[in-house]
Design a protein around this ligand. Structure first.
Ligand SMILES: NC(=O)C1=CN([C@@H]2O[C@H](COP(=O)(O)OP(=O)(O)OC[C@H]3O[C@@H](n4cnc5c(N)ncnc54)[C@H](O)[C@@H]3O)[C@@H](O)[C@H]2O)[C@@H](O)CC1
Ligand SMILES: Nc1ncnc2c1ncn2[C@@H]1O[C@H](COP(=O)(O)OP(=O)(O)O)[C@@H](O)[C@H]1O
Length: 284
């Protein structure tokens, strides 16, 4: 399956990067403001799942930029969220000045609405996670990658980005991940069983945890929000990728023992407990 030239190192679970403990005097301004862009008509849940994951993984503040029709349902589920629906690219660019980290793509769609949101983010020099339709729009070739970028393609999205078939991606996943990192000057998480992390410098890691019960809707959206929260709390792309992949896969594994029908949102309390066990909020 994997190329002998590019054999990934297994993720070192004994030495995963940690979030520092919080001071007793901590305030939300210290843990980053994540902005989530997504949720075109019919896909509001994807952006909402990502936003919920960002809150549950400790982001200081989370704002959701989505279709107006999704604002009330989002607030009903999560009043901790701040919600927006920009009328123009100019208004969005102004709002995004507040962001520390951007997560773009879950349910974004590929229509003009989603395209105009994404085109505003490309010019911003802030850490960004691009997932789902942000990657499909990137693959079309008329949107440039943001400067500081972490991308999270599944094999279908990777195939669109590299203009090849899903089968070709799966035949040599390490090479596909490295190629994406070089081509888009980004840290890459190539999802699916045996998720890979690749950097522009050629560093390559593989996570062999996870569970087939995770083959359902929204699991990638949760991962995108989790990544946003870790970046917002000060991790660099590679650290955030390693920790998020591990938390997500191990949570899926624990819950997967219950069988089919696992929901992506079921992961959130487990991710929270795993994160607390790994990186306690208070120093002991
Ligand atoms: N509740 C919601 O609103 C949801 C919205 N979603 C959104 O729906 C849009 C389309 O995304 P989708 O991912 O569903 O559709 P895509 O068409 O991008 O991807 C599905 C295809 O990708 C390939 N693929 C994906 N994972 C693979 C793997 N592990 N191994 C081999 N092949 C694989 C397969 O060919 C599969 O049919 C995105 O914007 C996404 O965010 C999804 O996240 C599902 C939930
Ligand atoms: N069989 C599996 N083994 C391990 N992890 C899996 C498996 N199936 C799915 N996952 C994980 O679940 C997530 C699915 O993400 P994605 O395909 O983007 O879904 P969605 O777009 O619906 O959110 C990825 O992180 C992937 O690695």
């Amino acid at each position: 399956m994997s190329s002998p030239l590019f054999e990934p190192l297994p993720l070192d679970f004994s030495n995963l990067p940690k979030l520092p403990p919080r001071q007793g005097t901590a305030h939300k301004g210290q843990f980053g403001h994540v902005w989530l862009l997504g949720g075109d008509h019919g896909m509001g849940g994807a952006a909402l799942l990502a936003a919920e994951a960002a809150l549950r993984a400790g982001a200081g503040r989370v704002s959701l930029m989505t279709r107006a029709a999704h604002l009330a349902p989002a607030l009903t589920r999560m009043p901790e969220l701040m919600t927006h629906s920009a009328d123009s690219s100019y208004a969005l660019a102004q709002l995004l000045q507040q962001a520390d980290v951007l997560v773009a793509g879950p349910g974004l769609g590929q229509a003009p609405w989603g395209r105009s949101l994404l085109s505003v983010t490309t010019t911003l020099d802030k850490p960004q996670v691009w997932d789902a339709d942000a990657l499909n729009l990137l693959a079309h070739g008329d949107i440039s990658p943001a400067k500081s970028l972490l991308i999270t393609p599944h094999p279908g999205e990777a195939a669109r980005l590299l203009r090849c078939s899903v089968q070709q991606i799966q035949q040599d996943r390490p090479q596909a991940a490295l190629c994406l990192a070089k081509r888009y000057q980004a840290t890459v998480i190539l999802k699916g069983a045996g998720t890979l992390i690749a950097t522009m410098d050629g560093d390559l890691r593989r996570c062999d945890r996870g569970h087939p019960s995770m083959a359902g809707p929204g699991f990638g959206d949760v991962l995108a929000g989790l990544l946003g929260a870790l970046l917002a709390q000060g991790m660099v792309d590679f650290e955030a990728a390693c920790l998020a992949i591990w938390l997500h896969a191990v949570a899926g594994e624990q819950l997967g023992s219950g069988g089919r029908g696992l929901l992506a949102s079921d992961l959130l309390p487990v991710i929270r407990s795993l994160l607390e066990a790994h990186s306690p909020c208070l120093a002991h």
